[in-house]
Ligand binder design. Structure first.
Ligand code: SF4
Ligand code: SF4
Ligand code: SF4
Ligand code: FES
Length: 569
């Protein structure tokens, strides 16, 4: 059908909104509450446009096009309405821009500047509203909320239903439900869809800046697999671009004394998890299926909703806890440093890891292994705050002793990646042609064996495969997004090994990743991770010789229970 926008002819399809036709043709209409993966509620009214022969302005995100529709997206009437709507939104949203991690990429602030809106014209109607904090991971600040309800829908889509709309009209508020059987699992999905940073991670960048100023501390950064394929989005690079080289350099320029890759820790997780899988498979009394435990939101879910399954969780620690353990033990000892002077900062796509880092089971010699956790968004904020030209930075590399991990570690950032990494190693360790090997010693089989398990890849909500490990046929399953866990539950007994990642897409779609995160963007980040895997010369964790040196050191010094494994309660 023919549609006219701002005096020019375009083609639209039946069922398309004005916004969709405009975007398809490169015409910008501002939006706030609209998110392509969520229901259209048209609550912010920033996208209003004028349609010929219609008395009222319409919202572009919710109004369908029709034959001959004549639309103006930026007429004086539209501009005036947007100004008023912006002022009304600022009456709901207390400006706390100084400390806000979104301030360099805030659509609301950009619109206020563009329309030269006096953000103080209305009283801050919600100035005394409560802030709800979920552990040390996520918060919903009622003084900033514009009532779009995106966070409520995101939590419902996760199957958790922890958030509710309470009250009506001027008294409307987003708050946790009052039901002792329902708990937040800290996945942060609510924070990825909030247009005004009212739902966001609990920021730790001020504590990190303080540590960086402390000359008595050795401040060590480590970044996770999924950060490298998403951070570039904050600087205009296409989703899925591998920015690991620039990340090393950016972190050094921010003042970190050493920078490591959590992929190294992912290889430790794979090694310990694959060994545990083989032990369980060979023990008739062992609990099966073994289930992954590197997603702390899934662990939180299991602890609240499925405590009967805690014995199924692998005792292998999660990647950033593993690499922090390697830094504060082996690396500190090799460099003659006192662990108490080392501050480890994890940069992850995840809000739940803020909570995980403080779990008492994960302490080493009475101290947390990871001292601070920053999300991908917080790192982007620090880079922008320090005015680094991220895209132009030279490519750096890992500080000495550790390395950037195997290809198997890179795919930890994707749903199915932990499973595939563990299978690559477990299948090779169990292969009948393997020579007897001492713990922690390199394997001699062809590095091209047991490389790809395509069936567990992709963005489907549940994936399964039958694989061969040590001559035995194993049924494996992958839960992509915690809402899909319930689909698996009735048939759990059929499986030997299960991966569960709480966020849709796995960590690449994590609660700390840049906005927007959509299904299309997840697919691009996913492709970026598998491309890194393909390009690595070492693609299996147990071929990573630096990791094996550390692994062997842990076993020789009888530190396995303190550094490799954990327990759940
Ligand atoms: S962090 Fe996850 S579980 Fe908690 S409120 Fe947000 S979406 Fe819901
Ligand atoms: S917290 Fe954010 S996402 Fe939730 S209703 Fe308020 S503005 Fe919308
Ligand atoms: S899927 Fe990844 S980002 Fe999401 S909660 Fe789990 S570990 Fe964190
Ligand atoms: S973006 Fe259309 S009403 Fe909010």
């Amino acid at each position: 059908m023919k549609v006219r926008i701002n005096g020019k002819n375009y083609t639209g399809q039946a069922g398309q909104t004005i916004l969709a036709v405009a975007e398809e043709n490169g015409l910008a209409i501002p939006t706030l509450c609209f998110h392509p993966d969520l229901a259209v509620r048209a609550s912010c009214r920033i996208c209003v446009v004028e349609v010929k022969n219609q008395d009222h302005l319409v919202t572009a995100c919710s109004t369908l096009v029709y034959e001959g529709m004549d639309i103006k997206t930026d007429s004086p009437r539209v501009q005036k309405a947007r100004e008023i709507n912006l002022e009304l939104l600022f009456a709901e949203h207390l400006e706390k821009c100084g400390d806000c991690t979104q301030k360099f990429s805030c659509e609301l602030l950009d619109l206020a500047r563009h329309y030269q809106v006096n953000v103080n014209r209305f009283l801050d109607r919600k100035g005394k509203r409560a802030t709800y904090r979920f552990a040390n991971a996520v918060e919903i600040d009622g003084t900033q909320c514009i009532d779009c309800q995106n966070c409520v829908e995101a939590c419902t889509k996760q199957g958790i239903n922890y958030l509710q709309v309470s009250g009506h009209g001027a008294n409307q508020e987003i708050k946790p439900v009052k039901d002792s059987k329902v708990a937040c699992i800290y996945c942060g999905q609510c924070t990825t869809v909030c247009p005004v940073a009212a739902a966001q991670e609990q920021s730790t960048w001020p504590a990190v800046e303080k540590a960086l100023r402390d000359k008595n501390k050795i401040v060590v950064a480590q970044f996770a697999p999924a950060v490298r394929v998403a951070l570039g989005e904050e600087f205009g690079l296409p989703s899925g671009t591998n920015c690991e080289g620039q990340i090393y350099t950016a972190l050094q320029k921010l003042g970190f004394n050493y920078v490591f890759d959590i992929n190294f820790g992912a290889d430790i997780t794979t090694m310990s998890e694959a060994e545990e899988l083989l032990v369980r498979l060979n023990d008739k009394k062992a609990v099966l299926p073994m289930m992954t435990s590197c997603c702390p939101a899934w662990v939180a879910y299991a602890e609240v909703y499925q405590p009967d399954l805690l014995a199924n969780l692998t005792t292998a620690r999660s990647p950033h806890i593993h690499s922090a353990g390697a830094i504060k033990s082996y690396w500190a000892s090799e460099n003659k440093m006192a662990a108490k002077n080392i501050v480890v900062v994890s940069i992850v796509p995840c809000t739940a890891k803020k909570y995980e880092a403080t779990r008492p089971e994960l302490k080493y010699n009475g101290r947390n292994l990871v001292d601070h956790v920053l999300t991908t968004r917080e790192l982007a904020f620090l880079i922008k705050k320090n005015k680094l030209n991220f895209v132009k930075l030279a490519k750096g590399q890992s500080s000495p002793l550790f390395n950037s991990g195997s290809g198997a570690a890179a795919i930890y950032g994707a749903s199915g990646g932990v499973m595939e990494s563990a299978l690559r190693t477990a299948a090779d360790l169990a292969a009948s042609d393997q020579p007897q090997r001492a713990p922690g010693q390199p394997i001699n089989s062809s590095p091209q064996k047991f490389l790809e398990y395509q069936a567990v890849r992709g963005l489907a909500g549940f994936k399964e495969a039958t694989v061969t490990v040590g001559g035995r046929r194993l049924k494996v399953g992958v839960v992509n997004g915690i809402a899909n866990f319930k689909r698996l539950l009735p048939k759990l007994g059929k499986y030997h090994y299960i991966e569960v990642m709480a966020c849709p897409g796995g960590c690449l779609g994590g609660g700390g990743q840049p906005q927007p995160t959509t299904e299309a963007i997840r697919a691009k980040r996913l492709a970026g991770l598998y491309s890194i895997d393909k390009q690595r010369s070492v693609r299996r964790a147990h071929d990573n010789s630096a990791m094996l040196t550390y692994y062997h050191w842990v076993k020789k010094n009888k530190l396995s229970s303190k550094l490799l494994y954990t327990k759940f309660s």
